[in-house]
Design a protein around this ligand. Structure first.
Ligand code: EPZ
Length: 421
């Protein structure tokens, strides 16, 4: 069994560069399908979710291969429009391919992604957007069959869903006529996707605001594009520095994309300074409790940072209330933090964290991507040794978690065959 073995209590120091953003590169890889040409995606992170996306592109008849820190996708002549169940199960966010496949191929077939560790992951907004654009969608036995020529129109999302916004953008690029998406998600990753689509020759405007306008039907071509830095990886590393103490600089990320997170860490007693594409954090005392943290669509506090920040505060002093508004089951890391001595009470969407400084090492199990990263954050600040298993969750979204933290002075190593205790 693969595990991290972490000896906590060591301060972190130094500088770490974050890799390209997982939640930006996944829709961008799907968007590569739209252009009859070759796209070079620079700063493409080495993640299992990226490998899953490349496998889907190859299955659709594209050439997709890694070249150093870039990935090259040639979608000159795709031949397929079906994403097999096996690949859908490997990565539930594969639903992001729906709009691109339908737009390029005129038909699409994939299995509904189903739920995940965060709870049910409905796609009704995705399907509603495709139908409003003129796509015929049949749902049978968990399989989705879509077809039809897409027509530009005015779309309204009942929720600013990130994935539904991205699917609608990719489908609308191929639709005839103009599409507006109202109540669009405003995440920085949507702005990055717009930048990529514009580099392909698509007419897309408004990303980052609640109304995005797409003039469909324009000819598209291959391009070269560098993916933005991963703001959640940056938030994770800053949470680790806050938990362990020390002085750390995180580079390669726009500080404005995680200002709600740095504001919380500042309120907890950390010194935080930001530059054009770097953030510096220093702390040497236990973190204080902060005002309630409510997760929300961007520019609110990101749900993906809830677990790492909670892990840092759980090892501090003082009380913090969390309200998780985005997903039904995003407190699965709490029981594992309690095994490390944390004092956290969960009631529905609310988690009340009473800081215990310091936490103590324990054997804990990751059950989702950001919850697993949170256990690493807590272990770095705890006294004694921790083992963290379930690393396949972290491998989905962190390119080199153990190497980066080790370079900052953490005592962390990846053990391939930890004996079951
Ligand atoms: C994206 O997921 C991210 N994933 C998630 O990051 C992130 O937590 C989430 O956005 C919110 O920021 C990727 O980008 C690959 P949503 P997505 O659609 O698109 C409900 C990580 O850790 N909803 O904005 O699935 C949904 O149930 C991952 O990197 C519907 O009801 O999120 C949720 O409650 C985890 N119907 C809310 O909207 C729909 O059709 C927000 O979901 C779609 C969503």
């Amino acid at each position: 069994m693969c595990a991290y073995v972490i000896e906590g209590g060591r301060k972190l120091s130094g500088s770490v560069a974050v890799h390209g953003a997982k939640n930006s590169v996944l829709p961008i890889l799907a968007a590569c399908l739209l252009a009859p040409g070759t796209c070079v995606i620079e700063n493409c992170p080495r993640l299992s979710d990226v490998e899953a996306s490349l496998a889907i592109l190859r299955r659709l008849g594209c050439r997709a291969e890694r070249q150093g820190e870039a990935v090259v996708v040639d979608a000159t002549a795709p031949t397929g429009w079906e994403v097999p169940d096996r690949l859908m199960r490997e990565m539930r966010s594969s639903v992001i391919f729906l709009g691109a496949i339908l737009g390029r191929m005129g038909q699409a077939k994939l299995c509904a992604p189903g739920g995940c560790e965060l709870g049910p992951r409905p796609i009704d907004l995705h399907l509603g957007a495709i139908r409003t654009l003129g796509g015929r969608v049949k749902e049978l036995g968990g399989c989705l069959t879509c077809s039809g020529r897409l027509q530009g129109t005015d779309l309204v999302l009942s929720l600013p869903s990130v994935g539904a916004t991205e699917n609608a953008m990719l489908a609308a690029v191929c639709a005839q006529g103009t599409t507006t998406i109202t109540n669009a998600a405003r995440e920085p990753e949507i702005v990055d996707l717009q930048g990529f689509l514009q580099a392909m020759g698509a007419r897309v405007q408004g990303a980052g605001s609640s109304v995005i306008t797409i003039e469909g039907g324009h000819p598209l071509h291959g391009c070269t594009y560098a993916v933005m830095g991963d703001r959640i990886v940056a938030a994770t590393y800053l949470s680790a520095a806050a938990a362990a103490g020390g002085s750390v600089e995180v580079t390669g990320v726009d500080w404005r994309t995680l200002s709600t997170v740095t504001a919380v860490l500042k309120e907890a007693g950390c010194q935080v300074r930001s530059g054009r594409d770097q953030i510096w954090l220093q702390t040497d005392g236990p973190l204080k409790g902060v005002r309630p943290i409510r997760t929300a669509p961007y520019p609110g506090f990101p749900t993906d940072a809830q677990a790492p920040v909670m892990a840092a505060l759980a090892g501090g002093s003082g009380c913090t209330v969390f309200v998780e508004n985005m997903f039904d089951s995003r407190y699965r890391h709490v029981d594992e933090l309690i095994r490390m001595g944390a004092d956290i009470r969960v009631e529905g969407r609310v988690a009340v964290v009473y800081g215990v400084s310091p936490l103590h090492g324990a054997s804990v199990v990751a059950s989702d991507l950001r919850g697993g990263a949170a256990l690493v954050v807590a272990a770095l600040g705890a006294r004694g040794e921790s083992t963290v298993t379930g690393l396949h969750h972290m491998d989905r979204g962190y390119q080199s978690l153990e190497d980066d933290l080790h370079a900052l002075g953490a005592s962390i190593r990846r053990v391939e065959n930890l004996k079951k205790s």
